[in-house]
Design a protein around this ligand. Structure first.
Ligand code: BES
Ligand code: ZN
Length: 629
């Protein structure tokens, strides 16, 4: 297209996009994944009193909802639930009596669960719900002792984001509502319970625990874990909770956590949540990490012995500003959480581990984004996503939110200069602290606080391209890495038979260099080459999931069957979705691999989290064996 016409076309597209996306703030605040009606009534405080029963795999007890009525006419409280058994609903009168209230639990929607409608003649300030969770609750995983590091005690953990809090607490399960909470948790006397709240490192272990979270949080940040947990301090205000068998290695790997807090504070203002601890989960945890306030949940798969994967901690910590403090009001604006967090994460990595480390991580993630972008529908390539009506937010989450979001902020930093952009971001976190916002609010703030001061630094077209157009803008500046140039040279020497694998200059390579080496190999190779690589570098059987995730699919596509036993062991031991899905994906593309994948899945499934099970099952199709009892 001629430049002029292209410009006209682009301007038209952008205007359209701008008018459609940004003009209607009320529509943008709507959460299409919740039945709640926050304009009428809002939960302001939650009180939980729950018994954690490992023999029945249930939580049972009460949730007291302290309400803030916004509409004088309203006489209904509409809540989100999934697979909950609602026993009774009561309203508290001024003199402290409890009155029974009528309620109706609607038929379950497969994605959103069951709408719970409580009807009342007047507006009660506190509504108490007595309930029980299902052993299949999508937001909880109950682990047999055999699936833990110690092997002796059972383990329970929650994963509430995006819409799984409703499977263990009846509430307004939307990030647009924030509330404080307290909890009384009873469990076996020899187990420790922790929550996304004020965990006390030297609490006596007696099976009876109380928690308080004084800062208002959205429901997706509700979290609980119960198991044989011990604590080791990192600093005055931070430390690690883990099973005894993992505690030592985890504390060593994450020893820089206090430095990370200080670095982030220096950039973006004080840490507002008092303590910051890490909880190391069993390997079935379906994510890398989860930013539960005051207590990030962390996969053990990043404990590789050389701190090379600790950017994960920087990421979850960064959410204490981007996400937990300033929160996306609905999941279509998740880039406000994940894009800002990926940006902050990389800044912390740069400050603590140097620019080369930060650049390597950026090249890897930008390559990943480019790859993923090719598979995505046009509407999923936008930073400011259209409403996700009828879609499971877990399935709509892509690198667009994370990496296109980060890339956009890096673009702003380049154009406005680091100093001005840092000051802007810091004031953004202060300005919107403890609020849930949509993309338009960010854009307005950006225009007022940054663009207005230096109007020529970026054009309206550029801004619109990032926010409202698919793909990666052609003017985006890609990350580069000098250390990766050396990796590229080594790889091509090997591929062109100029050097044997054993002779490659790989001494001192970190995880990122190995990842880049593997990612640049052809998608299929001959057996002899894989044997040579394996003999030199022992990829098969690696304990580093970032390498396994890239090596095993290559062995599948290349028909290198020797890797199969170790591959099966990896797929059974690890439940972190991102690490195992690429191998399953490679296997289903191959007729013989498909049967092997089914077999491995059948064996691994009892140990997988419901989220991982759902992803693998969606891939393998419906003819997979039913869950073993
Ligand atoms: N908040 C996310 C995890 C999440 C997102 C869970 C959406 C459910 C729905 C967490 O902060 C995260 O992004 N984890 C990443 C690690 C990160 C370093 C990219 C993960 O788990 O891979
Ligand atoms: Zn995140």
């Amino acid at each position: 297209m001629e430049r002029f016409w292209r410009l006209v076309w682009m301007t038209g597209m952008s205007l359209l996009a701008t008018t459609v996306q940004a003009v209607d703030p009320l529509a943008r605040l709507q959460d299409e994944h919740s039945y709640a009606q926050p304009e009428r009534v809002r939960i302001r405080d939650l009180g939980l009193d729950l018994r954690v029963d490992f023999s029945t795999r249930q939580l049972a007890g009460t949730a007291d909802l302290g309400l803030d009525w916004r509409d004088g006419e309203a006489r209904e409280l509409v809540l989100d639930t999934r697979d909950l058994e609602i026993v009774r609903v009561l309203g508290r009168t001024e003199d402290g009596d409890w009155r029974k209230l009528k309620f109706e639990l609607a038929a379950a929607d497969p994605i959103f669960g069951s709408k719970l409608t409580v009807s009342m003649r007047r507006q009660y300030e506190v509504v108490r719900i007595r309930y029980r969770t299902s052993p299949q609750a999508s937001g909880l995983q109950w682990l047999e002792p055999a699936m833990t590091a110690g092997g002796k005690h059972p383990f329970l953990f929650s994963q509430s984001q995006a819409i799984h809090a409703r499977s263990w607490v009846p509430l307004q399960d939307t990030p647009s509502v924030r509330y404080t909470y307290s909890a009384h948790i009873e469990t076996d006397a020899n187990l420790m319970a922790v929550m996304s709240a004020d965990n006390m490192p030297d609490e006596t272990r007696d099976g009876d625990y109380v928690f308080r979270m004084r800062q208002p949080i959205p429901s997706y940040l509700m979290a609980i874990a119960v198991g044989d947990l011990r604590f080791q301090p990192i600093s005055e205000r931070s430390g690690v909770w883990a099973e005894p068998a993992t505690l030592e290695a985890a504390s060593a790997e994450f020893a820089d956590t206090e430095k990370m807090i200080q670095t982030t504070e220096a950039l973006y203002g004080p840490y507002r949540w008092e303590r910051y601890d890490l909880l190391i989960l069993p390997p079935s945890f379906p994510f890398g990490g989860m930013e539960n306030p005051r207590l990030s949940f962390i996969t053990p798969t990043v404990i590789v012995g050389d701190k090379s994967l600790v950017s994960l901690i920087a990421h979850e910590l960064a959410h204490s500003w981007s996400g937990n403090l300033v929160t996306n009001a609905s999941w279509k604006d998740i880039w406000l959480n994940e894009g800002f967090t990926s940006y902050v994460e990389n800044r912390v990595v740069e400050a603590l581990y140097g620019i080369e480390q930060a650049q390597m991580e950026n090249v890897i993630s930008q390559n990943g984004l480019k790859e993923e972008m090719q598979q995505l529908a046009v509407e999923d390539q936008l930073l400011v996503l259209p409403p996700l009506t009828g879609r499971d937010p877990d399935e709509a989450l892509t690198d667009v939110a994370y990496i296109k979001g980060q890339w956009f902020l890096m673009f702003l930093e380049q154009r406005f200069g680091r100093e001005a952009f840092d000051a802007f971001l810091r004031s953004y976190f202060d300005h919107f602290a403890f609020q849930s916002i949509h993309s338009g609010q960010f854009v307005d703030y950006l225009r007022a606080e940054l663009i207005a001061k230096e109007p020529d630094a970026i054009s309206a077209l550029e801004l619109d391209a990032w926010l409202y157009e698919p793909g990666i803008p052609e003017f985006a500046v890609a990350a580069t890495s000098a250390r990766f140039a050396a990796v590229d040279a080594a790889r091509s020497d090997f591929l062109n038979s100029k050097a044997t694998a054993a002779d490659l200059p790989t001494a001192g390579w970190s995880t990122q260099e190995w990842v880049h080496f593997l990612e640049g190999l052809p998608s299929r190779m001959d057996g002899a080459q894989l044997v040579e690589l394996d003999a030199a570098f022992s990829f098969t059987g690696t304990r580093n999931g970032e390498l396994a995730q890239r090596w095993y699919p290559l062995t599948v596509r290349s028909g290198y069957f020797e890797a199969r036993p170790a591959m099966a062991e990896f797929l059974k031991r690890v439940g972190r979705r991102k690490l195992i899905m690429p191998t399953y994906e490679a296997l289903v593309d191959d007729p013989d691999g498909r049967a092997f994948a089914r077999e491995v899945f059948a064996a691994a499934r009892p140990g997988y989290h419901p989220i991982t099970t759902a992803s693998v099952q969606a891939l393998l199709g419906s003819d997979t064996a039913p869950a073993s009892p």
